[in-house]
Design a binder for this molecule. Sequence first.
Ligand SMILES: *Cc1c(COP(=O)(O)O)cnc(C)c1O
Length: 379
Amino acid sequence: MTFHRAEAIVNLDAIASNIAILKKRAGVPILAVVKADAYGHGLIPVARTAVDVGAQWLGVALLEEAIALRENKITVPTIAWLVPPGSDFASAINSDIDLGVASLEIFKEIIHASKSLGKRARIHIEVDTGMTRGGFLTEWESFLELLSKESEHIEVVGLFSHFARADEPGQPQNALQLKRFTEMSDDLNRIGIEPEIHHLSNSAATLVDASAHFDLVRTGIAMYGLTPDFGNLGSSQSLGLIPAMTLRAKLHVVKDVLAGTPVGYGALASTISDTKLGVVVMGYADGIPRIAQGAGVFFDGKRAPIIGRVSMDQFVVDLGATSLAKGGDWVTIFGAGSEGEYTADDWGRASLSINYEIVTRIASRVPRIYEQASTLGVL
Ligand SMILES: *Cc1c(COP(=O)(O)O)cnc(C)c1O
């Protein structure tokens, strides 16, 4: 019995099983990407599960995410790679958090913090091989110069980069990024720096491009059982992955409505026949995209599509004239898809977006409920 009106149910065994599959595919250690509250699944429970099943590294975007891991006594090597100038580098160094270095300015601040603490920062040098976000590009030569001078003050643990199109196997940009990565690695070696760990692959490259695995792969979306790209790489199921999150909410009201009745803000849609409508207690403030059209909910073995525009706290679905649904019943918004329910991929398509955005935007006011069989150790 629960009084919740909505829940994101997270199956930690699914995450464990996905990591086991990715480990097998990778053949090298796994860095579990747990940024953005573990893609909306919950930072600490997911990080603990990942470490329990053998992820040797954790990766986050923000320093505060890494610090939250340390505060919860999670001590495996952890990288924070989105640390702009002005970040609390001293705390990072004191908490043994590895830092991504994406520019000269960031590097200078890290060196400064290392010197004032008398403790060497552990860094991963980010190179821009074609993504054109963070990472060294035009500053590369000056960085190498400064690194040669200051190398005694820091520990260069890793060299990394990020693919822009790994979800498009065979795309020439992937081969080009791989080549640049190797060249920039050679540049480092030439000044006498040989990082322990080279890492380039995200989930898509982990699944489809063994030539890019190097010493470590950084897997995010696939850990959560979602496909990096439904169109190019196939469904979760075809990849052997189990979607970990099921999102469900209660119906607030169920009512009979005549054909031709307009529904919701702007009267975007009208009923086409006499039917039963259900009001779902979740809206865009919970992370349901306002523009979603073509997804819906699953109840009693049947899909009930959205009708009208999604509101802030609620949306309306067409349950069909013969539905037995009533107020207070649970409906599934998305799940693994194995019973016919909509998936995060369906919601992504319905919102001109992707599964990544659907799961990461589930709001904090939606409680996360964890499911985990005691058999975890068997995986
Ligand atoms: C988010 C992120 C990843 C994980 O990407 P997925 O496509 O979710 O596997 C890997 N590396 C970096 C640098 C990232 O920012």
